[in-house]
Design a protein around this ligand. Structure first.
Ligand SMILES: [Fe+2]
Ligand SMILES: [Fe+2]
Ligand SMILES: [Fe+2]
Ligand SMILES: [Fe+2]
Length: 399
């Protein structure tokens, strides 16, 4: 049955506050948990961080003290939600293990969104990006084997393959070529807005994660690899955020954020395999329904329109974490050698791209290539997890 968040009753705001005991969730067991439960946790952390940061930015642009107070009230709850969600991750996982899980999220969430996206230009943007995070997974998996002496299949559990994508060194484009063309808010499908918000939030948290945890490593190759991939995540945020129509008012953006939170919690409630985690998704959905109602009030007051005019009449089919091996392999055969030029895509290494490459490489091999060679030297071969046969475009060469 179609679920329309605008018609559902949520938890009143003054009943949403939790005490320290309620916030102190028991983490998942990293050895027994479904890898896609961990992926849902990481996704929702990204979404809640986005909710908090978006609200802070809105508050900084808001001169009405009453509205500022309202934003602060809801934001405090978003911030508690973020704590409850992210604290489901176990402290026993290493930073690098969590990193591999982040890239698994980027692969299987972006692939799902690419598959479901109705607008061909937006679909292309997701297909382009997913081949890069797919390659990051492979680079980090080799680092993991080399410095922690463990294999990434312990984390991704054969649900996601680990092998070269578009090689990471080719991700370093001139920043102007990362800016996409936005969708038009008056014409776009409501689902397209939700997709752009979700993937921007996911990439933003990945970027923030690497910029913070990269220097916590001791090994020089690890520190360097986090710098290199961290810079690519900056490019990814630029790429995805530029898909959103900047003509949306703050209130329309707030409304989209709250609707998207309802959509994702509802999606994960429907697909979650761990009953304890599912209960958290359900509780948070109840909270988001009320956030959405309050955002709708602000939207009516300041935008002069009804939420029904911009939101989907009901939730689209649930966002689902599942294997996308065949889809990724198809993209590898058709799009591995693509880069961007302006807001479009090309196959040849154009002048601006080549100039950028030379400038950042400084005549040396980048960390993302060295990590593979180093692991080959130590482990006798590089690490791959090819569950569906050999790599579809053969062995990738180093530059
Ligand atoms: Fe939230
Ligand atoms: Fe990535
Ligand atoms: Fe990324
Ligand atoms: Fe919210």
């Amino acid at each position: 049955m179609a679920f329309d968040p605008l018609q559902e009753r949520g938890i009143p705001l003054d009943e949403q506050l939790r005490n320290w005991r309620e916030l102190n969730v028991t983490p998942i067991d990293p050895d027994a948990a479904d890898p896609y439960t961990r992926c849902r946790i990481i996704t929702m952390n990204g979404i809640e961080v986005e909710a908090v940061m978006f609200s802070h930015h809105a508050a900084r642009h808001c001169s009405d003290p009453d509205v500022k107070r309202r934003l602060a009230q809801v934001r405090y709850i978003e911030s508690q939600q973020q704590k409850a969600v992210n604290w489901l991750l176990p402290g026993s996982s290493s930073v690098l293990e969590t990193t591999i899980a982040y890239e698994q999220v980027a692969v299987d969430l972006t692939a799902w969104v690419a598959r479901m996206e109705p607008d061909p230009y937006l679909k292309q943007a997701y297909q382009f990006g997913v081949l890069e995070d797919f390659d990051h997974l492979y680079r980090y998996a080799n680092l993991y084997e080399m410095i922690e002496h463990r294999k990434a299949d312990k984390i991704v559990d054969r649900l996601t393959e680990v092998m070269p994508g578009r090689p990471t060194y080719l991700h370093h484009r001139d920043p102007v070529d990362n800016v996409r063309r936005p969708y038009e808010r008056s014409r776009t499908e409501p689902l397209s807005r939700l997709h752009a918000l979700t993937i921007t939030a996911a990439e933003q948290q990945t970027m923030n994660f690497y910029m913070n945890v990269g220097p916590l490593h001791m090994e020089p190759i690890a520190r360097q690899l986090y710098q290199e991939i961290g810079m690519v995540e900056e490019e990814h945020v630029t790429h995805y955020e530029s898909l959103v129509d900047p003509g949306e008012s703050w209130w329309e953006m707030l409304l989209n954020h709250e609707f998207n939170e309802c959509y994702l919690y509802h999606s994960f409630m429907e697909t979650e395999t761990d009953p304890r985690v599912r209960a958290i998704w359900e509780l948070h959905l109840g909270m988001e329904l009320e956030h959405l109602r309050l955002a709708g009030e602000l939207f009516k007051r300041f935008d002069g329109r009804d939420p029904e005019q911009v939101l989907a009449p009901a939730l689209p089919p649930p966002v689902t974490f599942e294997s996308n091996k065949g889809y990724i392999r198809d993209l590898l055969t058709t799009q591995v050698d693509v880069t961007t030029l302006g807001t479009g895509y090309v196959r040849e290494a154009h002048e601006r791209f080549t100039r950028m490459q030379q400038a950042v490489m400084g005549g040396e091999e980048p960390p993302s290539e060295r990590v593979i060679e180093d692991n080959r030297a130590i482990s006798g071969r590089e690490y791959r997890l090819e569950t569906e046969g050999p790599h579809p475009v053969g062995v990738r060469l180093t530059p």
